[in-house]
Design a protein around this ligand. Structure first.
Ligand code: ZN
Length: 391
């Protein structure tokens, strides 16, 4: 993945993160290649690499074949030089992972969220899961570089707080970040679950190496994440890519956001269950698998609404790829993907120049958890690049 560095001296920490990202993402890369792909001078790259090697984070690994001339030494990350914890706080489930510096999971744990759990109870549960994971792996706490937390949005990054997520009644401006720092003793980075999932896709999923893509996240609602020009696009208040609140039916039902006919209010699990009369989401999904005409019809209508929203995003942002993911997509993937692919082949204005691809996430429901760990390890993904962890 290409990331552009800058040669201004005051952004040394940022350049360090950019260089480290290049080494982490490549399967062996030379100093010259890093300089070429980042735009940093060879001297800057050499200085950063020297420090990373001294600190044990990066190692030299033999020589790469080069087209004539002196062989170039490959650089690789020392996978064991540090670890990260990724936590995905979904209103129904907590999912946690410990990864090494290459993002390989060492252990995963999941626990259902007790309905109506308070912020203090959630904090204690996460801290307990972290303890259990460290005990299971025998990892010393001081080797953990930090904890990344993916939570339902919206999020106030300045306060490190959740701002009344619709699925969490009574959670009004909860400063979960500080609570977790206190409970775990780890540095904590907070991000929107859909953005974290997009980062997970970027790091280890369908978005690897793709400069511009949109991630549609299907959970209890419909969220999204955007990678534009190889960077996470967050927007002015850090809440960009709310794809679920596009109006795709102007005279549709009023959404809790105040808009009418929002994608989310038409295709969320609750909406599909209500439209199908099948009682539960599990029954609806089984109906789709069994080919029940009513269930299929409801999902086809939903897929058509999704396709409209995806075409809007493709027209506005000129992306290369759309990724569909999240646990809410289970058993509906094929119909949602096919309807979206048909729309992307026939409706965007720029379709004659190239067809926008659509893929179902290979990470599935793990994307947000993986992305949360990536927030710790890839500081250029972090919401606060100026507040870099001393990786
Ligand atoms: Zn809405």
């Amino acid at each position: 993945m290409r990331r552009t560095g800058t040669n201004l001296p005051k952004v040394g920490q940022y350049n360090r993160a950019v260089v480290l990202d290049q080494i982490q993402l490549a399967d062996g890369i030379s100093r010259v290649e890093i300089a070429e792909s980042t735009g940093l001078t060879p001297q800057t790259v050499s200085g950063i690499v020297r420090r990373l090697i001294t600190e044990g984070i990066v190692r030299e690994d033999g020589a790469a074949a080069s087209s004539g001339g002196k062989p170039r030494t490959r650089l690789r990350v020392n996978a064991d030089a540090g670890l990260a914890v990724g936590v995905h706080f979904d209103p129904f489930q907590l999912s946690c992972v410990v990864t090494d510096l290459l993002g390989r999971p060492l252990v995963k744990l999941q626990q259902p969220v007790v309905p109506g759990a308070s912020p203090a109870e959630i904090t204690a549960t996460i801290a307990g899961l972290v303890e259990d994971m460290l005990a299971t792996t025998g990892v010393a706490r001081d080797r953990v570089l930090g904890l990344g937390l993916a939570t339902p949005g919206p999020i106030d990054q300045a306060l490190g707080a959740l701002v009344g997520p619709p699925q969490l009644m009574g959670w009004t401006r909860v400063a979960l970040k500080d609570m977790l720092v206190e409970a775990t003793g780890l540095p904590v980075t907070l991000d929107n679950d859909a953005t974290a999932a997009a980062i997970g896709e970027c790091w280890a999923g369908a978005g690897r190496g793709v400069a511009d893509f949109a991630y549609f996240f299907f959970g209890a609602g419909v969220g999204g994440g955007l990678i534009l020009d190889n960077q996470v696009y967050r927007g002015g208040s850090m809440n960009a890519a709310e794809f679920g609140h596009q109006s795709v039916q102007p005279d549709g039902p009023e959404c809790y956001c105040g808009n009418h006919g929002c994608l989310e209010s038409l295709i969320s699990p609750n909406a599909l269950v209500a439209a199908s009369g099948l009682g539960t989401y599990a029954a609806l999904r089984q109906g789709v698998v069994d080919g029940d005409p009513m269930a299929v019809k409801v999902v086809e209508v939903a897929a058509a609404h999704l396709a409209t929203a995806v075409v809007n995003v493709a027209n506005i942002l000129d992306i290369d790829l759309v990724v569909l993911g999240g646990h809410g997509l289970r058993h509906l993937e094929t119909r949602f993907r096919d309807a979206t692919a048909r729309a992307l082949a026939t409706r965007p204005l720029a379709r004659s120049i190239r067809t926008v691809r659509v893929e179902v996430s290979p990470l599935g429901a793990d994307a947000a958890m993986v992305g949360a760990a990536a927030l710790v390890l890839h500081t250029t993904y972090s919401p606060q690049v100026s507040d870099l962890l001393s990786l």
